[in-house]
Design a protein around this ligand. Structure first.
Ligand code: PMP
Length: 357
C-alpha cells in the first residue's frame, strides 16, 4: 500500500501536531548570550584529566544504571542524599518524567520556562496557566484557586524564574505548597546564582519535588539534571525513567568535571559580580530598564522596538533571546551574563544601536 507522508502525519496525535518545537536560534555569532550557558570552558589541565577518564570508559557495556558515583559526587556538592536522587538527561528529561508519572492538568505561572507546557501537551495533558503579578511574583491565591478548580496534579514553580530572573517570595511558595493537592516542583535550575533553596524544607513538605541542573554551572554539554523528593515519590518517578538514561560518557565526564568544583565556583562568583555590574550599567542606559535578577541572565525592557534591537545586535554578531511579543514580555530581551569582555561588548553595541535613528 502506498501512503503519502501527509497521511502518516495525520496519524500523529492532534496535541502534538498543534505544538511548535522548542526553538533554538543556531545563527553562528561571535558572542552567544542567548542560552544561559557559562561562557568559561574547563581549564586545559582539567580537560586533559577528563580525556583520560573518558578513554577508560567501557563503551562496550551498558552504563551503571543508577549512576552511583556521579550521584554521590552531586550529593556531596549539594547536600542531597544519593538514595533520594534521580538523574535525568538534563532536567528537561526529569520534567517529562514528572508529567509521565503524575499526569495532568499541569499548572504553571506565566511567563515561565516553556518546556513545562510543551512537555505536558506532548503527553496529551491539559495545561493551566496563572499570570504572575506585575512584579513577576507568584500569585499564590490565584494558583491555589486554579489548582483546586482544575484538579491540577502538578504545579511547576521555577524559582528563580526563567525568563523573569526573580525568585518567588517565600511566603507565596509556602502557601502554594501547603494548600494544593498537587506535586509542587521547585525548579532551582539557577540555584547557584541565587544561593537560596527550598531543599532544606523537603522533609516538611511531602508534595515538594526539587529540580537542579549541572547545565547552568558550566556543564550544559553533559546534559545532567538532578531531582530530589520524598523517597516514596522518587520511587514512583524512577518507574518511568528510561533504563540507562545517563550514558557512560556523561557519567565519567560528570565525575571528572565535578572534581573541578573550585574552578566552577570561582566562575560562578565572577558571573554573579558581572551580573551586578551589567545591571547597574543598564540602569544608567537611557531607554532601557533591567529587571533585578538572581540568575545568570538579565531580562531587559527596551523602550524602542525590541525586535529591531535584537536583530541589530545579531547583525553585529551578538545573539540574545528575543521575548518581544504581545503580553507581559512585550519589549523584552533576555541576555545571558558572559565574560567581562563579552558583557562590555554587548553594552557598547546596545548603547550604540539605541543612540541611532
Ligand atoms: N528549568 C529551567 C527553569 C530552565 O531555564 C532550563 C533551561 N533553560 C531548564 C530547566 C532545563 O535545563 P537542562 O535540561 O539543561 O537541565
Amino acid at each position: 500500500m502506498k501512503r503519502s507522508s501527509s497521511a502518516v502525519v495525520g496519524l500523529v496525535k492532534p496535541a502534538v501536531r498543534a505544538l511548535k518545537a522548542y526553538h533554538v536560534d543556531e545563527t553562528p555569532v561571535r558572542i552567544k548570550l542567548d542560552a544561559m550557558e557559562n561562557p568559561y570552558p574547563l581549564p586545559s589541565a582539567a580537560r586533559r584529566e577528563l580525556a583520560a577518564s573518558l578513554s577508560s570508559a567501557p563503551l562496550n557495556l551498558y552504563p551503571d544504571p543508577t549512576a552511583k558515583k556521579l550521584k554521590s559526587a552531586i550529593g556531596a556538592m549539594w547536600n542531597i542524599r544519593p538514595d533520594r536522587m534521580l538523574l535525568g538527561n538534563g532536567s528537561d528529561e526529569l520534567i517529562q518524567a514528572i508529567i509521565l508519572a503524575f499526569g495532568g492538568p499541569v499548572l504553571a505561572p506565566s511567563p515561565t520556562f516553556a518546556m513545562y507546557e510543551i512537555t505536558a501537551r506532548a503527553l496529551s495533558q491539559d495545561v493551566v496557566t496563572v499570570p504572575l503579578t506585575g512584579e513577576f511574583d507568584l500569585d499564590a491565591d490565584a494558583v491555589i484557586k486554579k489548582a483546586r478548580q482544575t484538579g491540577a496534579r502538578v504545579v511547576f514553580l521555577a524559582s528563580p524564574n526563567n525568563p523573569t530572573g526573580n525568585r518567588y517570595s517565600d511566603d507565596a511558595v509556602r502557601k502554594v505548597l501547603l494548600n494544593v493537592n498537587a506535586a509542587v516542583v521547585i525548579d532551582e535550575a539557577y540555584y547557584s546564582f541565587s544561593g537560596r533553596s527550598w531543599l532544606p524544607q523537603l522533609s516538611k513538605h511531602p508534595n515538594m519535588i526539587v529540580l537542579r541542573t549541572l547545565s547552568k554551572i558550566g556543564l550544559a554539554g553533559l546534559r545532567i539534571g538532578v531531582l530530589t523528593a520524598a523517597p516514596a515519590v522518587v520511587d514512583e518517578l524512577n518507574k518511568v525513567r528510561l533504563p540507562y538514561n545517563i550514558n557512560a560518557l556523561s557519567q565519567a565526564a560528570g565525575l571528572a568535571a565535578l572534581r573541578q568544583r573550585k574552578v566552577l565556583d570561582q566562575q560562578i562568583a565572577v558571573l554573579v559580580a558581572e551580573r551586578t555590574k551589567l545591571y547597574q550599567a543598564l540602569l544608567r542606559t537611557p531607554g532601557v530598564t533591567p529587571f533585578p535578577s538572581e540568575t545568570n541572565f538579565l531580562l531587559i525592557w527596551i523602550e524602542k522596538d525590541a525586535t529591531k534591537v535584537f536583530q541589530a545586535l545579531k547583525k553585529r554578531g551578538i545573539l540574545v533571546k528575543n521575548l518581544d511579543r504581545p503580553g507581559p514580555l512585550k519589549g523584552c530581551l533576555r541576555v545571558t551574563i558572559g565574560t567581562p569582555a563579552q558583557n562590555r561588548e554587548f553594552l557598547k553595541n546596545l548603547r550604540s544601536i539605541l543612540s541611532k535613528d
